[in-house]
Design a protein. Sequence first.
Length: 299
Amino acid sequence: MEGGTCNAAHRVQVEGRAPLVLRAAPPPGSQGQPSASDLRNEYAAGPFLAVLGPLVPTTLFADFTHQVLARDWLLQPLLPGVPARQVLPGCGPAQQRSYYRQLGEVTARLHGVRGQRFGPVSGPWHPTWSQEVEHRLHRRAEEYSAAGLDPADVHHLLAALALHRQVLDEVRTPHLLHGDLWVLNTLVEPRPRTGPGSGDQEEGPVITAVLDHDRASWGDPLADTALHAALQRVGTAADAFWDTYPRPGRDGATRVRALYAWALNVSGARLDIHRRGLQVRSIPAQHWDLGQVVQRLGA
């Protein structure tokens, strides 16, 4: 099946049953230990994502023993819909705005779930947001070095963290973050939309599934991919995201939090681009160039 960049997905058809999806992690050590164990985090996060009801696939079976397959794997039902990234380009502006309003609703429901500590749902955890950011950046620097990428910008951010620790720690309540929620990880069906946020109830794509929450964590809502992506797409149909999700403030503290959120997202994207063998020249710099964040923070 198409879609996964780290975890493989295979459609499984059992006679007399609805189709299933077998999701398998990469073998341990093939892409770094975090990727190899992400499905364990997804398994742990499942009960918290129940807030999204039928939009999230339930896990029917999980095996982390490596006795059947030499990797972690999950068995889940195949949810209805087609990838939103295939549908949205053919939609008109009003239909696209309808989609992004739904995405704002979904994100708000997720972020309404609160935790006790910061970090991946399955751990490790930290008592403050600044400690979690520091931990992620240290890990990113190690991953950059292991991949042959220059970690200098990551080290600049770590050095600057001492100046911004107090601001980051104004985030006192950990919120549930999907970790990779945007167009790529949603399925849709084209049909009339009714209910809150439906606008003129125009025919358009309706979100039927939210996939791949293997990076779910507890953290600052600004650090979730959906907010980062919406903030990077001002002046597009994605502005409708803010019709259903509270728009962040423009004060200095929020700006600093948003820049560190940008750093976490961009550094992860840069590593993913490298692992997939893509050419950065073909991708807008705002999606991978950590130097831009370093410059804005004055790090």
